[in-house]
Write a protein that binds this ligand. Sequence first.
Ligand code: ATP
Length: 786
Amino acid sequence: MTSSRPTKTVTTASPCPTRRPRGVGARRLTERRARCCRSATCTDSVRTAPVTTVELTARSSRTRTTGETVSSLSVEVAHDTVAQQEIAHEQEFVDRVYTQLALSTKNAEALAHEGYGRGRLGHEGGLVERDAMVFQAAKRIATLNAAHEGLVFGRLDLDEVTGRGEGPRYIGRIGLRDENRDSLLVDWRAPAAAVFYQATAADPQGVVRRRVLRCVASRVTAVEDDLLDPEADAAGDLPIVGEGALMAQLSRARDRTMHSIVATIQAEQDKAIRAPSKGVVSISGGPGTGKTVVALHRAAYLLYSDRRRYETGGVLVVGPSGVFMRYIERVLPSLGETAVALRSLGEVVDGVRATRHDDPEVADVKGGARMAELMRRLARQAVPDAPAELRMYYRDDWIVLTSGDLSRLRRQLLSQGKRNRQLPRVAATLLDAMWRQVTGERGRERGKEEFVDQMLGTQAFVEFALTWWPVLDAAQVLGWLADPALLGRISEGILSDEERALLSRTWSDDWSVADVALLDELRYLLGDAPERRDDENDPLAHLVDENMPELTTITDREFSRGPAMVRTEDDGYAHVLVDEAQDLTPMQWRMVGRRGRTATWTIVGDPAQSSWPVPAEAAAAREEALGDKARHDFHLSTNYRNSSEIYDFAAAYASRVGLEADLPHAVRSTGIAPEERQVADLRSGVREAVAELADAVAGTVGIVVPVARRAEVQGWLDSWPEHAEAAAGGADARIAVLIGLDTKGLEFDGIVVVQPEEIEHESATGRATLYVVLTRATQRMITLTA
Ligand SMILES: Nc1ncnc2c1ncn2[C@@H]1O[C@H](COP(=O)(O)OP(=O)(O)OP(=O)(O)O)[C@@H](O)[C@H]1O
């Protein structure tokens, strides 16, 4: 372990604000390490590199032989021995925890078994008991199973006052008690675990030593210590080992999924995670500051702290794309939480799954706030294929409802509420208007009641009513816009001719991500149809079922795609978490807002990374979605993703092109600056750069290309035999080709940026997209220009 450490001094970027100078030699170095806190402004713990092997190992093993001359070798041996002893010691405890976990799982299984037994008692109470017991047992088993990996990760040694002789306090992904019901493991979200994240050297809060245990499955592989209060350990009884859990965690190779940071949450992040659940919590910060991962831990925290409310009401997590949702999907289950709906913006509406992106200029039109008015007009239109007038003969009279009459009746019905909710009133409204035209003596004499009876028994009338006012589905209504004449008519004063031309070409294929917000708008404008058409005021109710299928129009059949959407009344959640919030269009804010009318919210974003061209409009829509809920703002200031070399490069770009970026401080240096290469042949340039990065890093490599080159570059990659294995596996491939927008929220160990200028000029917000791309690499980055 020690042999691979660097032996050169790397200067500290800024001194730890909490550091107090102390003695000299090995002891001094121990103190210096120990004084490093988890404050984001403290760069000591992460930037102070080892000074020499002797000093470093002396520091790490805390060999208390002050005054003695020790050789490098002997100190290293001492260090390794101490570290191994500590690991062995922790392993004993971890083994005990896993034994208890197995026992708890067995108990939960026995409870489920007993529950099934109750169900066989043969009375209703037994069945209710069975369901409750089996449900509780299943939940417990799922939690215990999910927590298996890295179950124990933290240990606190407290001072005498705070610890009150309780011994070390161990922190884990879930809480566990031993057979005597004594606490064995404290859930990381419990108040008793908060000091694990919040204690600093300046304010140790009773913590003498904080230890992170690194495990592979149930095996302890390393321990990493912070001595927060050396004075409380004046006798030096607590060994201090390791290089710092945070740096170890940050330097790990990246795979295609995000991991929980439960062992290394930093103090400023912890504040946002544990913020009270009221109102809206906004988490801002530049690239790589942990906004996403913090928000996910917050969701887990909320579920823990108010399980009844959030599990019953539901937690919705909204992210930019399917790729991103797959990237984050393992974080919450690894924290024992599975009851969360993860939806990309194309999947927010139940029953709809859109992945296709429109061209930027089309998406900009579809996302604009003015589309709300367009949808309002659309929802009031006559059904395109419905008959334009009604003609019936009754006794001595021809009754004619002209298209003008029908328009008036449509407006009359719409003035009474949402379109689908009017179904029970349709027949009566038509019949009233028709009855006014019955003037012949025979008709009047027999009265309205007989007229109504006769009409309702007439196939032509029933067919007309059902076709004129069918139950409308949002997908079918949005499909009406494929007709350029209709689009032209209703977009008067809203869209320009150019915009109309752009849009009319887009609704012939499957729904795009931007269409989903329009569908949702229509769902709410149209309203839910009455649950069953058995309303006693609806004279057509008994006729509907047998008539409906035949009366569906051609347009209906063409544009009703996929499974039916769920009713709007089932849309609400108890908590809504929006990631990459800077990218939501006004229409998407309206859609997400409807899910959180009575919810608490967590909103995460960085305006400089926004790909929406009219920020003021999106801000207004966001304010409307959040209403007058109280706001609580948190800001994260440290970049944990990029090496400082890569982030400096990206930050310089942001300043050069005038992005008003929130520039965080990147804490990890690799000594390797990004490379800007000019190449004569792009294909061989990409091949070379990819090979180089694939060799240099252990984890993932992303090739980011302009939209127009995606297929071409993917073709190149597929044809290179040396990368065949790494490029296989679709979303899980180690080497992948992506466009700029698809990189949002993701990260790779190495990034090759192909033709950055083209990416910049791809859309009105291309500079922000390129800034996002430049902030995705953890270790190495090469830009290629041909
Ligand atoms: N306290 C921490 N300990 C270890 N790793 C961390 C910590 N905080 C953040 N990270 C890591 O830093 C990386 C960036 O985190 P994340 O993606 O949440 O940042 P972000 O602010 O959402 O980034 P962006 O806005 O650029 O998409 C992730 O790999 C995450 O696991």
